[in-house]
Design a protein around this ligand. Structure first.
Ligand code: BJW
Ligand code: ZN
Length: 247
């Protein structure tokens, strides 16, 4: 972290905020060993998104899509939250109003103890029937027979949001409300490429929030934010926590 970039004014903004939203992306789980989507070793470098993460891909070949999700569930279930997840959890306890909005489907924020979580792209540990719409938690690794089938005879699909699908409406409504009232937004480990999540920081800033970005690299948001901290979230966030609350 470039310590000099955090002025006394920024520190008091971060310390004194009352209503806080944190938006996270795959980068916050990278140090837990979970691949991101668009980085050097990102998933989209090896697999074509449109062949795997769309409703049309699932219609065409549900077994292929499930093979990929089964493989990813197998990776994720061995992984644990890293220091960045735990600082986020601590922040929930420090601020009077706190909402975590995550694009991640890995469940690591819940595993680290954060409570008020909005999973805008769903959760890889949920499965949903495409016929009767029943959604259940399922932690089986491997999933078993592929593709899995519901008791009603319908195909089961991962409970995640694919390209071309709407985000869950209740989750989106709660996200919009939180973005309207927050005075501080952290944007952590997202390339800010996928809509509508990429627009959340713009909405919050237009509503008057102070926006802090933490990322290993510059993103399309970097020029727009009030404070940009460059480096791994698992290093930056513990340093920031020390600087703000334990100095
Ligand atoms: C670190 C770090 C460390 C690394 N510390 N940082 C044309 C046609 C159809 C649709 C569209 C279209 N144009 C636009 C759209 C909309 C589309 C979209 O945005 N497409 C883009 C590709 C342009 N969006 C949608 O379709 C969404 N729905 C929607 O808009 O509904 C309305 C609508 C419907 C129909 C038509 C049009 C509109 C749904 C989006 C769903 C996204 N789903 C996925 C898969 C989820 C399930 C799964 O996991 O399999 O969500 S895609 C993937 O990207 C995943 C992620 O949540 C999402 C965001 O990625 P994220 O988190 O930002 O990860 P990366 O890898 O991109 O970035 C990692 C970052 O971390 C990098 O910046 C690194 O530097 C950083 N980093 N290590 C800190 N240690
Ligand atoms: Zn069913």
């Amino acid at each position: 972290m470039n310590e000099s970039s955090i002025t006394g004014d920024s520190i008091s903004k971060l310390r004194d905020a009352k209503s806080v939203v944190i938006l996270t992306g795959a980068g916050i789980s990278a140090e837990s060993g979970i691949p991101t989507f668009r980085g050097e070793d990102g998933l989209w470098k090896k697999y074509r998104a449109e062949e795997l993460a769309t409703p049309w891909a699932f219609e065409r070949d549900p077994a292929l899509v499930w093979e990929w999700y089964d493989w990813r569930r197998g990776i994720i279930h061995t992984k644990k939250p890293n220091p960045a997840h735990y600082v986020v959890t601590n922040m929930e306890n420090r601020y009077p109003k706190f909402t975590l909005v995550t694009q991640n489907v890995d469940g690591l924020h819940k595993a680290s103890g954060t409570k008020n979580i909005l999973e805008v792209h769903g959760c890889i540990w949920n499965i949903r029937c495409i016929k009767c719409n029943t959604e259940t938690e399922n932690y089986d690794v491997p999933i078993g027979k592929i593709p899995p089938v519901c008791e009603c005879g319908g195909l089961l699909r991962p409970g995640v949001v694919w390209f071309g699908e709407s985000l869950p409406s209740e989750v989106l409504t709660k996200t919009m409300k939180a973005l309207e009232v927050c005075d501080l937004l952290f944007v952590i480990g997202t390339s800010a490429y996928v809509q509508p999540a990429a627009s959340f920081p713009i909405m919050a800033k237009q509503n008057g929030a102070f926006v802090v970005e933490i990322n290993k690299e510059k993103t399309p948001l970097s020029e727009y934010v009030d404070l940009q901290l460059t480096g791994p979230a698992g290093v930056i966030l513990p340093e920031l926590e020390r600087k703000i609350w334990k100095a």
